[in-house]
Design a protein. Sequence first.
Length: 204
Amino acid sequence: MKVPTRAWKRSGALIASAAAGLVGVGLCAAPASAHTPLWTVTCSEVTIDLKAYNNKVTNTVTVTVDGKDLLPTKEFGRTFHDTIKLPEHQSVAQVRLVVKAGDGDRFSHDETKSSPVCESTPPSEPPETSEPPKPSEPAEPSDTPSTEPPTTEAPPAGSTPPPGGLAETGGSSATPVIAGGAAVAVLAGGGILVATRKRRASRG
């Protein structure tokens, strides 16, 4: 059976239209899958990694923390990479990334992530302080008498110690000599007196 030429032409037109539709869908889907907005948030920083964007248009990226600009709106081309330090925060902070693609809003990205509070390093324990030494107790007096000789008191300043090293007690070793000399003097005086009287008597 011979198929009419008109039917073949109609079938070919339908196949061509279907193929063109598939190609168009593929071209539209390719850019969507190519735009890759990757980013991570920790307690201390934000890492942004934007890949495969259209460099023939103007793309922008903005990062805010609790509504305040961390990265003011910045233009980029095909890619954008950056790591930004987060300010210290005492509670969970909300970090928002906004990417606007110049080739259509369907390729833009708007996402918010939470930044936890960084755990602070616990302070090190202070070193243990040793207890102060206890005061020593006074030694108990011994019942055993000391065998050391008593120390003699030093003579007052300016005084000459007596000969022989004896303390002055009113007597001295020179006393008998002095007494003997006095007795001799008395006897000599008596003899002179007797001789004088005899001489006078003989003259008279």
